[in-house]
Design a protein around this ligand. Structure first.
Ligand SMILES: Nc1nc2c(c(=O)[nH]1)N(C=O)[C@@H](CNc1ccc(C(=O)N[C@@H](CCC(=O)O)C(=O)O)cc1)CN2
Ligand SMILES: Nc1ncnc2c1ncn2[C@@H]1O[C@H](COP(=O)(O)OP(=O)(O)OP(=O)(O)O)[C@@H](O)[C@H]1O
Length: 196
Protein backbone atom coordinates (compact mmCIF):
# COMPACT_ATOMS: atom_id res chain seq x y z
CA UNK A 1 0.00 0.00 0.00
CA UNK A 2 1.38 3.43 -0.97
CA UNK A 3 1.57 6.25 1.56
CA UNK A 4 -1.31 8.04 -0.19
CA UNK A 5 -3.41 4.87 0.05
CA UNK A 6 -2.48 4.42 3.72
CA UNK A 7 -3.47 8.03 4.46
CA UNK A 8 -6.76 7.63 2.59
CA UNK A 9 -7.56 4.45 4.51
CA UNK A 10 -6.67 6.08 7.84
CA UNK A 11 -8.87 9.08 6.93
CA UNK A 12 -11.86 6.79 6.35
CA UNK A 13 -11.37 5.02 9.69
CA UNK A 14 -10.88 8.32 11.53
CA UNK A 15 -13.85 10.04 9.89
CA UNK A 16 -16.13 7.24 11.07
CA UNK A 17 -14.67 7.26 14.60
CA UNK A 18 -15.01 11.05 14.83
CA UNK A 19 -18.60 11.01 13.61
CA UNK A 20 -19.52 8.33 16.16
CA UNK A 21 -17.84 10.25 19.01
CA UNK A 22 -19.53 13.49 17.94
CA UNK A 23 -22.94 11.83 17.80
CA UNK A 24 -22.40 10.30 21.23
CA UNK A 25 -21.43 13.63 22.74
CA UNK A 26 -18.16 12.23 24.01
CA UNK A 27 -16.67 15.66 24.65
CA UNK A 28 -18.26 15.68 28.07
CA UNK A 29 -21.37 17.47 26.93
CA UNK A 30 -24.90 16.17 26.93
CA UNK A 31 -25.69 12.97 25.09
CA UNK A 32 -27.04 13.52 21.61
CA UNK A 33 -24.26 15.64 20.20
CA UNK A 34 -25.53 19.11 20.93
CA UNK A 35 -23.37 19.38 24.00
CA UNK A 36 -20.29 17.98 22.29
CA UNK A 37 -17.27 20.15 22.98
CA UNK A 38 -18.97 22.11 25.71
CA UNK A 39 -17.90 20.02 28.67
CA UNK A 40 -14.78 18.20 29.81
CA UNK A 41 -12.88 18.73 26.57
CA UNK A 42 -13.49 22.48 26.58
CA UNK A 43 -12.39 22.69 30.21
CA UNK A 44 -9.17 20.77 29.46
CA UNK A 45 -8.48 23.00 26.46
CA UNK A 46 -9.12 26.18 28.44
CA UNK A 47 -6.73 24.96 31.18
CA UNK A 48 -4.00 24.25 28.61
CA UNK A 49 -4.51 27.66 27.01
CA UNK A 50 -4.58 29.65 30.27
CA UNK A 51 -0.76 30.03 30.52
CA UNK A 52 -0.81 31.58 27.02
CA UNK A 53 -2.86 34.61 28.06
CA UNK A 54 -1.80 37.64 26.01
CA UNK A 55 -0.49 35.62 23.06
CA UNK A 56 -2.21 35.54 19.66
CA UNK A 57 -4.31 32.36 19.63
CA UNK A 58 -5.51 30.71 16.42
CA UNK A 59 -8.56 28.50 16.73
CA UNK A 60 -10.93 27.12 14.13
CA UNK A 61 -14.65 27.15 13.40
CA UNK A 62 -15.81 23.53 13.63
CA UNK A 63 -16.98 21.94 10.40
CA UNK A 64 -18.74 18.61 9.95
CA UNK A 65 -18.16 16.53 13.10
CA UNK A 66 -15.06 18.36 14.43
CA UNK A 67 -14.97 18.92 18.16
CA UNK A 68 -15.95 22.51 19.00
CA UNK A 69 -13.12 24.66 20.41
CA UNK A 70 -15.13 27.91 20.52
CA UNK A 71 -16.20 27.73 24.21
CA UNK A 72 -12.53 27.42 25.20
CA UNK A 73 -11.43 30.09 22.71
CA UNK A 74 -13.99 32.45 24.23
CA UNK A 75 -12.18 32.17 27.56
CA UNK A 76 -8.80 33.27 26.09
CA UNK A 77 -7.48 36.57 27.41
CA UNK A 78 -5.81 37.95 24.33
CA UNK A 79 -6.19 38.21 20.55
CA UNK A 80 -8.02 35.43 18.73
CA UNK A 81 -7.90 34.56 15.04
CA UNK A 82 -9.26 31.99 12.58
CA UNK A 83 -7.57 30.30 9.59
CA UNK A 84 -8.21 31.46 6.03
CA UNK A 85 -7.23 29.48 2.93
CA UNK A 86 -5.78 32.04 0.52
CA UNK A 87 -4.42 29.64 -2.13
CA UNK A 88 -3.89 25.90 -2.62
CA UNK A 89 -0.50 24.63 -1.46
CA UNK A 90 0.08 27.81 0.56
CA UNK A 91 0.26 28.31 4.32
CA UNK A 92 -2.95 29.46 6.01
CA UNK A 93 -3.44 33.14 6.82
CA UNK A 94 -5.10 34.11 10.10
CA UNK A 95 -7.67 36.85 10.56
CA UNK A 96 -8.62 38.46 13.89
CA UNK A 97 -12.00 37.35 15.22
CA UNK A 98 -14.06 37.49 18.39
CA UNK A 99 -16.78 34.92 19.22
CA UNK A 100 -19.96 36.19 17.61
CA UNK A 101 -18.22 38.43 15.06
CA UNK A 102 -19.50 38.00 11.47
CA UNK A 103 -18.26 35.10 9.35
CA UNK A 104 -18.49 34.58 5.59
CA UNK A 105 -18.03 31.40 3.51
CA UNK A 106 -14.40 30.64 2.64
CA UNK A 107 -12.70 27.90 0.62
CA UNK A 108 -13.49 24.20 1.17
CA UNK A 109 -16.71 24.85 3.08
CA UNK A 110 -14.99 26.84 5.83
CA UNK A 111 -16.36 29.93 7.57
CA UNK A 112 -13.88 32.81 7.88
CA UNK A 113 -13.97 36.26 9.49
CA UNK A 114 -15.71 38.81 7.28
CA UNK A 115 -13.17 41.47 8.29
CA UNK A 116 -10.25 42.00 10.65
CA UNK A 117 -6.50 42.39 10.88
CA UNK A 118 -4.20 39.63 9.64
CA UNK A 119 -2.36 38.20 12.66
CA UNK A 120 0.55 35.80 13.22
CA UNK A 121 -0.43 33.28 15.90
CA UNK A 122 1.94 32.11 18.64
CA UNK A 123 -0.41 29.32 19.74
CA UNK A 124 -2.68 27.27 17.49
CA UNK A 125 -5.58 24.97 18.28
CA UNK A 126 -5.37 22.55 15.35
CA UNK A 127 -8.28 20.53 13.94
CA UNK A 128 -7.65 16.97 12.81
CA UNK A 129 -9.15 13.71 11.63
CA UNK A 130 -6.74 11.40 13.46
CA UNK A 131 -3.77 11.66 15.82
CA UNK A 132 -1.27 9.28 17.35
CA UNK A 133 0.77 9.30 20.57
CA UNK A 134 3.83 10.60 18.75
CA UNK A 135 1.87 13.78 18.04
CA UNK A 136 1.34 13.17 14.34
CA UNK A 137 -1.97 14.19 12.82
CA UNK A 138 -3.99 13.54 9.72
CA UNK A 139 -6.12 16.34 8.27
CA UNK A 140 -8.26 16.57 5.16
CA UNK A 141 -5.19 16.23 2.99
CA UNK A 142 -4.53 19.78 1.87
CA UNK A 143 -1.27 19.98 3.81
CA UNK A 144 -2.39 23.41 5.04
CA UNK A 145 -1.43 22.99 8.68
CA UNK A 146 1.84 21.27 7.78
CA UNK A 147 2.86 24.21 5.58
CA UNK A 148 1.60 26.71 8.16
CA UNK A 149 3.44 25.14 11.11
CA UNK A 150 6.61 24.75 9.07
CA UNK A 151 6.54 28.46 8.18
CA UNK A 152 5.64 29.61 11.71
CA UNK A 153 8.28 27.37 13.32
CA UNK A 154 10.90 28.74 10.95
CA UNK A 155 10.05 32.19 12.31
CA UNK A 156 10.21 31.38 16.03
CA UNK A 157 8.48 29.54 18.84
CA UNK A 158 4.91 28.38 18.29
CA UNK A 159 2.75 25.88 20.14
CA UNK A 160 0.50 23.58 18.11
CA UNK A 161 -2.24 22.01 20.21
CA UNK A 162 -4.34 19.30 18.57
CA UNK A 163 -7.96 19.15 19.74
CA UNK A 164 -9.97 15.99 19.15
CA UNK A 165 -12.22 13.31 20.55
CA UNK A 166 -10.16 10.57 22.24
CA UNK A 167 -11.75 8.13 19.75
CA UNK A 168 -9.76 9.80 16.94
CA UNK A 169 -6.50 8.24 18.17
CA UNK A 170 -4.86 5.73 15.85
CA UNK A 171 -1.93 3.45 16.83
CA UNK A 172 0.20 5.09 14.14
CA UNK A 173 -0.84 7.80 11.69
CA UNK A 174 0.87 7.31 8.29
CA UNK A 175 3.44 10.09 7.95
CA UNK A 176 5.75 11.61 5.38
CA UNK A 177 8.69 13.99 5.65
CA UNK A 178 6.53 17.14 5.49
CA UNK A 179 4.23 16.23 8.41
CA UNK A 180 4.61 18.66 11.31
CA UNK A 181 4.03 17.10 14.75
CA UNK A 182 1.78 18.58 17.43
CA UNK A 183 3.24 19.83 20.72
CA UNK A 184 0.22 18.68 22.72
CA UNK A 185 -3.08 16.90 22.14
CA UNK A 186 -6.20 17.69 24.15
CA UNK A 187 -9.25 15.41 24.27
CA UNK A 188 -12.16 14.97 26.67
CA UNK A 189 -9.78 12.74 28.69
CA UNK A 190 -7.24 15.51 29.23
CA UNK A 191 -3.96 16.69 27.75
CA UNK A 192 -1.51 14.23 26.20
CA UNK A 193 2.17 15.04 25.76
CA UNK A 194 3.45 13.33 22.58
CA UNK A 195 6.19 10.72 23.05
CA UNK A 196 8.32 10.38 19.88
N1 LIG B 1 -12.63 23.79 10.92
C1 LIG B 1 -11.59 23.70 10.10
N2 LIG B 1 -11.14 24.79 9.50
C2 LIG B 1 -10.08 24.71 8.66
C3 LIG B 1 -9.45 23.47 8.38
C4 LIG B 1 -9.95 22.31 9.05
O1 LIG B 1 -9.45 21.20 8.89
N3 LIG B 1 -11.01 22.47 9.88
N4 LIG B 1 -8.37 23.44 7.50
C5 LIG B 1 -7.37 22.47 7.48
O2 LIG B 1 -6.57 22.39 6.60
C6 LIG B 1 -8.26 24.55 6.55
C7 LIG B 1 -9.28 24.34 5.44
N5 LIG B 1 -8.89 23.27 4.65
C8 LIG B 1 -9.70 22.28 4.18
C9 LIG B 1 -9.22 21.46 3.19
C10 LIG B 1 -10.02 20.48 2.66
C11 LIG B 1 -11.31 20.29 3.11
C12 LIG B 1 -12.19 19.24 2.54
O3 LIG B 1 -13.36 19.18 2.84
N6 LIG B 1 -11.67 18.35 1.72
C13 LIG B 1 -12.49 17.35 1.06
C14 LIG B 1 -11.84 16.93 -0.19
C15 LIG B 1 -11.77 18.09 -1.10
C16 LIG B 1 -11.23 17.72 -2.46
O4 LIG B 1 -10.45 16.79 -2.57
O5 LIG B 1 -11.63 18.40 -3.39
C17 LIG B 1 -12.73 16.16 1.96
O6 LIG B 1 -11.96 15.96 2.92
O7 LIG B 1 -13.71 15.45 1.73
C18 LIG B 1 -11.79 21.10 4.12
C19 LIG B 1 -10.98 22.09 4.66
C20 LIG B 1 -8.49 25.84 7.27
N7 LIG B 1 -9.69 25.83 8.04
N1 LIG C 1 5.78 22.19 3.97
C1 LIG C 1 5.37 21.54 2.88
N2 LIG C 1 5.97 21.75 1.69
C2 LIG C 1 5.58 21.10 0.58
N3 LIG C 1 4.59 20.20 0.57
C3 LIG C 1 3.95 19.95 1.71
C4 LIG C 1 4.31 20.61 2.92
N4 LIG C 1 3.48 20.17 3.89
C5 LIG C 1 2.65 19.29 3.31
N5 LIG C 1 2.94 19.14 2.01
C6 LIG C 1 2.24 18.23 1.06
O1 LIG C 1 0.85 18.46 1.08
C7 LIG C 1 0.14 17.24 0.80
C8 LIG C 1 -0.92 16.98 1.81
O2 LIG C 1 -0.33 16.72 3.08
P1 LIG C 1 -1.06 15.83 4.18
O3 LIG C 1 -1.71 14.62 3.54
O4 LIG C 1 -0.10 15.60 5.29
O5 LIG C 1 -2.24 16.85 4.64
P2 LIG C 1 -3.02 16.94 6.02
O6 LIG C 1 -2.07 17.14 7.14
O7 LIG C 1 -3.91 15.76 6.11
O8 LIG C 1 -3.91 18.24 5.75
P3 LIG C 1 -4.12 19.61 6.58
O9 LIG C 1 -2.79 19.98 7.18
O10 LIG C 1 -4.56 20.57 5.53
O11 LIG C 1 -5.16 19.36 7.58
C9 LIG C 1 1.20 16.15 0.76
O12 LIG C 1 1.48 15.86 -0.59
C10 LIG C 1 2.39 16.79 1.47
O13 LIG C 1 3.60 16.23 1.04
Amino acid sequence: MSLAEAKAAARRVAQAARAAAHAAGQAGGQAGGQGAGQGAAADHLAAVLAPHAGRVLAGYMPMRTEIDPVPALARHRGPLCLPVVTAPAAPLAFRAWRPGAPLVPGAFGTLVPAAGDWLVPGVLVVPLLAFDRRGYRLGYGGGFYDRTLQALRAGGAVRAIGFAFAAQELPEVPTDATDQPLDLIVTERGALVPQP
